[in-house]
Design a protein around this ligand. Structure first.
Ligand code: ADP
Ligand code: ZN
Ligand code: ZN
Length: 742
């Protein structure tokens, strides 16, 4: 008999991050289930507070006399499946957040919001009584009453609004019916469906051989090993059709699917493709939805009204009961890593959820993350290739342009000669051009305009950041040097900041091509999803010749009219100070190149760079993922970076700088005291954002070949922090294999 419930108290405080035991009063026996939210008395005052039931047990852990009973089940809260609770536990253990934070993540909508309701009038009188009334109404020529009653007899119930509008009833009449006990009013909950109904083209498409082979391999694997699958397929190779085919098969077996898509490519276009195949069995989640709307979608999923949910990271926690597939499109995207606690990665978490649910994870990308490709090569994932575009559409031609040579030829413009000529050609032919300015990590790094040399840390091989006080520093190891303008490589005095902005580029483009109609897409012009879609759709309709933009323009849009892509400052993303720089550069350039030539007329790409020989740029130009991977994994191996090794970032912050510093030193000392073999420790140093929200921030980076070793270190540090919680004003956060700069 399960008389006790272990409950997590709903207060986000580390020291309360454990379970408390409560007894189950008789009236709740059998009703109280794992995953429910309950009201319990807490603390000396016995104040009522809410908590989650995480497990039930038969035995008391402490003196039963001291155990208080659960006060009530919180009917307003939804029940999370025990699987999702188990997942929250796993996240808590693997990513270092409180159980509470983890639970709140798997439970994104905490409370039922009042759903939209439709009033219904239900016939309660038996048929003889009703017909007697009807004869009477007809005799007395009460047409409105007779009409409503006749419809009620025929249909058993009618909607209130239909009764009023179509049968010309009125509230007084309805009240009279109720008083005569003819009808009763009921409320029907209407779930909001965010997928707009519209005429969709019928789905008729036959998979090609390459797609069929991939589908067959994944299905076979889903029925046996159930390894995560990674599809490496160039843009336009037909991956989305493969996902849909897999999902269709799963639905036939009574299973459901979650499709994760980076928020930025979650467009009307994408959703419609799924809707045209799966009709109203598809739904979507996105960040612009209200909590009520999101809740509705979870509810529809749980009730079996939909089979497919499309959404960003958080859609991973949709309460489907018989999950078949979790699809992760563009699996390399940084947005799959949470920036708030728990700092989980959707890929790893999906794999864990799939393992629990007996489902299969299918990842797809034209440029898989180094991490996933490495795992696939190690045999952990099933690797599948789709190297050709559908219908033998050609891949675009890429031309790298060395901007140092342009500079030497006294061309100081942002456009190389070649790009300028090609743009003129497109304008003459009435074809469209996209200009992509790679602004990612537009930080204050320093490059030589003559030879392309970038000032880097001698220890860590990442670019140094320049500060206003005339020094340059490395944020991994704290290395400091003086900021000079003399290039150490060629001796010229042309070391300078890289600068660039879309607005400036728009002006320059207009000056260079006065008759061109230009649209610009960046964080300023597209503040809302609507503005973003409007600009893209205007360009899609041919309302402009040139679209200028940041990364926003390179993600997942098909413009059949675009035959030229100009990539300006291709190198900028090389100089963020973290180890993903080359990978991100390669990904962005490849994606940008993939935007052209989607139509029948093929495409060309110009890559302007100061580093034509850097492997990320060279390989992107040649559209050669394999070679890029080989070079990059060699670098990661050599520098002991993930995925070959693992990294744990410990962020320490406190109101005062000395408090953060002192705690960081103590943690570093504790870790040194553990004498972990093969551990590399970097720091403590100031974080890049050394002060944020009024807090001083210090970072420690740990590197080790074994992930679990880092988890163990985290646990010990966490434990010490808990014990010192009273005296210490600093807070600690952990991030495994970090993807962001701190
Ligand atoms: P990816 O997701 O790899 O970029 P898509 O699935 O979006 O590729 O396919 C690219 C384009 O080719 C889409 O317009 C799609 O409708 C079309 N397509 C995909 N597979 C086929 C096929 N077997 N026959 C005809 N057209 C296809
Ligand atoms: Zn130089
Ligand atoms: Zn360094």
């Amino acid at each position: 008999m399960e008389r006790y419930a272990n409950i997590i108290i709903d207060i986000s405080q580390e020291k309360l991050d454990k379970t408390f035991q409560y007894s189950i009063p008789e009236e709740l026996q059998g009703k109280l289930k794992v995953g429910m939210r309950v009201q319990v008395p807490f603390g000396n005052g016995g104040r009522m507070i809410s908590g989650f039931v995480v497990s039930l047990s038969g035995d008391p852990e402490i003196d039963p006399a001291r155990i208080k009973p659960v006060a009530a089940i919180d009917e307003q809260a939804i029940v999370i499946e025990s699987q999702l609770i188990a997942l929250a536990y796993w996240m808590h253990k693997n990513y270092g957040a409180t159980i509470n934070q983890a639970l709140k993540t798997v439970l994104p909508v905490k409370e039922k919001k009042t759903a939209k309701i439709r009033r219904k009038l239900v016939l309660t009188a038996d048929e003889i009584t009703a017909r007697t009334y009807l004869i009477d109404f007809d005799k007395r020529r009460c047409t409105a009453k007779a009409r409503l009653l006749r419809n009620l007899i025929a249909q058993k119930w009618v909607y209130y609004d239909v009764a009023i509008k179509e049968y010309n009833s009125n509230p007084a009449l309805i009240k009279e019916f109720k008083e005569k006990n003819l009808i009763r009013e009921e409320h029907e909950r209407i779930f909001r469906n965010p997928v707009q109904k519209q005429e969709l083209p019928a789905y008729d498409l036959e998979l090609n051989d390459s797609q069929k082979a991939v589908v067959a391999a994944i299905q076979q694997n889903a029925a046996s090993d159930r390894k995560p699958c990674l599809i490496h397929g160039v843009t336009g190779s037909g991956k989305t059709e493969v996902y849909m085919e897999l999902i269709a098969g799963a639905i036939q077996e009574g299973k459901q699917a979650i499709v994760l898509i980076p928020e930025i490519s979650l467009t009307f276009q994408t959703v419609n493709r799924f809707a045209s195949r799966f009709g109203n069995r598809v739904t979507v989640l996105h960040s612009k939805m209200s909590p009520g709307e999101r809740y509705d979608q979870y509810e529809r999923a749980r009730d079996g009204e939909v089979d497919v949910i499309i959404g960003p990271r958080s859609a991973l926690f949709t309460p489907f009961s018989n999950l078949g597939y979790i699809i992760i499109d563009e699996e390399q995207e940084g947005s799959y890593k949470s920036e708030t606690l728990p700092k989980y990665h959707a890929r790893e978490t999906a794999i864990e959820r799939a393992r629990m649910a007996g489902a299969t994870v299918v990842m797809g990308s034209a440029t898989p993350s180094i991490e996933s490709y490495y795992r696939a090569k190690q045999g952990e994932y099933l690797l599948l290739h789709m190297p050709h575009r559908v219908k033998e559409r050609p891949m675009p031609m890429c031309y790298p342009v060395d901007m140092r040579e342009e500079f030497a030829r006294r061309n100081f413009s942002v456009f190389s000669e070649q790009l300028r000529k090609l743009i003129w050609g497109r304008l003459r032919l009435g074809q469209q051009v996209m200009l992509f300015i790679n602004r990612r990590g537009l930080a204050s790094f320093v490059v030589c305009r003559d030879c392309g040399y970038v000032v880097k840390c001698p220890n860590c091989d990442v670019p140094l950041k320049t500060h206003l006080n005339g020094i340059r520093t490395c944020h991994y190891c704290g290395y400091v040097e003086k900021d000079t303008r003399i290039c150490p490589q060629c001796g010229s005095g042309h070391l300078s900041f890289m600068k660039g902005g879309t607005e400036r580029l728009e002006q320059l483009t207009q000056e260079a091509f006065p008759d061109a109609r230009i649209l610009r897409l960046d964080a300023d012009t597209a503040k809302t999803k609507e503005q973003y879609e409007n600009i893209l759709s205007a360009f899609g309709k041919g309302e402009a010749n040139i679209l200028i933009g940041t990364q926003m323009i390179v993600k997942g849009h098909d413009f059949k009219g675009v035959t030229l892509m100009g990539i300006l400052a291709a190198d900028l993303s090389l100089y963020t100070s973290d180890y993903h720089a080359a990978e991100r550069t390669f990904q962005l350039l490849t994606q940008a190149a993939g935007r052209t030539g989607r139509g029948a007329s093929g495409g060309e790409v110009v890559i302007q760079t100061y580093n034509p020989d850097h492997y990320s740029i060279r390989c992107a130009g040649a559209q050669d993922y394999e070679s890029f991977y080989e070079e990059e994994i060699f670098y990661r191996q050599m520098m002991h970076y993930p995925p070959v090794w693992h990294m744990l970032l410990i962020l320490v912050y406190a109101p005062r700088k000395d408090e953060a510093g002192e705690t960081a030193e103590q943690i570093a000392a504790q870790i040194a005291g553990m004498k972990v073999e093969g551990l590399q420790t970097i720091g403590p140093t100031d974080a890049i954002l050394s002060r944020l929200h009024g807090l001083s921030r210090k970072v420690i980076y740990l590197k080790h070949a074994d992930y679990q070793t880092l988890v163990d270190i985290k646990d010990k540090v966490e434990h010490t922090m808990e014990q010192n919680a009273k005296k210490c004003r600093a807070t600690v956060q952990f991030d495994f294999d970090p993807m962001n700069e701190y």
